[in-house]
Design a protein around this ligand. Structure first.
Ligand SMILES: [Zn+2]
Length: 327
């Protein structure tokens, strides 16, 4: 299978540049932009002395996953690394102020500055280090990532040099690395990176392990799309694949399956409550057995708002004749 998601569902690859009024309002409330990181850590209530440098206490930890693959955790999205005889390939790069600490962590694994930097999507907690690492290595990303980084004001050194539509393969450190675009899920420019030999996949922010996900609807994200994309991934993955989520701990295929179930079933609860006029009850009472999935960055209330925002945008799109359907 040369392209992981080619068989999953057709993509809408254009970058939406207009927002409906409703979407824009919710988008402003659910601020997850290039500047405001996709994940605000749970420990944002830091002492005043640290307020001037939100990264002051951040340490980068590394964990070996399999073969040449490691994961680095600090603040922001999880970083995947391949370290070997060809050099270093990095998946996502957190924030620029952490670049020295990330580099030190790579060096402690016997590596040096990355030859390749892959971006799973454009959010600032995954691409903030691009201007630093992109000055040495080649940044690779979906074409919509480049479009959004340009419009966000990313420094030229941090822009993707190699872009693709459906996907691309790299051959590095003895690995075949399949990079596959997932259409309209977390954003409209997400990719997953599958190290085929080590059997490790980085799912970016399609996967918040053990938490409700952030779905950036104003940036082309969709809850339905995220579910469909991950169901396609689950059909493809061997049962023993190790999974690096965008946020949260290293995961198994079983963890991913449980997450997809929670996302799908909690979405159904929101839709039932909207249809039945009981959304206020759901907001007050929460999701019962999954209530602790609403801790941290995406609260129960915020997840409900995201599901409704995604459905509202889908309903608007269905009500308007799509330009691409015009003769
Ligand atoms: Zn994100």
């Amino acid at each position: 299978m040369s392209n992981l998601l080619a068989a999953v569902r057709p993509g809408r690859h254009g970058v939406a540049t207009e927002r409906s009024g409703w979407s824009a309002i919710v988008g402003a409330l659910v601020a997850c932009s290039f500047l405001v990181a996709c994940e605000q850590p749970a420990d944002t209530a830091e002492p005043a002395a640290e307020a001037a440098d939100p990264f002051a206490g951040v340490e980068i930890t590394s964990t070996h996953v399999a073969g040449a693959i490691h994961v680095l955790e600090g603040r922001g999205g999880n970083i995947g690394l391949s370290v070997g005889s060809d050099g270093v390939l990095m998946v996502d790069d957190q924030f620029a102020p952490l670049a020295d600490r990330i580099t030190a962590a790579i060096e402690s694994l016997g590596g040096a500055l990355p030859a390749y930097v892959l971006n799973t999507h454009y959010h600032g907690d995954h691409t903030g280090g691009n201007p630093i690492f992109g000055a040495n290595g080649v940044v690779v990303a979906h074409e919509n990532v480049r479009v959004r980084l340009v419009s966000s004001g990313m420094a030229p050194a941090g822009l993707p040099v190699v872009t693709y539509d459906d996907g691309i393969q790299l051959h590095f450190n003895g690995e075949r690395i399949d990079i596959s675009h997932l259409p309209n899920g977390h954003t409209d420019g997400d990719s997953v990176v599958w190290f085929r030999n080590a059997n490790v996949i980085h799912l970016g922010d399609h996967f918040f392990n053990g938490r409700f996900p952030y779905v950036d609807v104003p940036s082309g994200g969709s809850v339905d799309g995220l579910i469909a994309n991950l169901e396609g991934v689950l059909e493809m993955l061997p049962a023993d694949t190790r999974i690096i989520p965008g946020h949260g701990a290293l995961a198994t295929v079983g963890d991913l399956r449980a997450y997809v179930t929670v996302v799908r079933e909690s979405q159904a609860m929101v839709r039932d409550a909207v249809a039945g006029g009981t959304i206020g009850d759901l907001e007050r009472d929460g999701f019962g057995q999954w209530e602790d999935w609403g801790s941290g960055f995406i609260s129960t209330e915020r997840w409900i708002a995201i599901v409704r925002e995604s459905d509202a945008v889908a309903a608007n799109a269905a009500a308007e004749p799509a330009a691409e359907d015009a003769p």
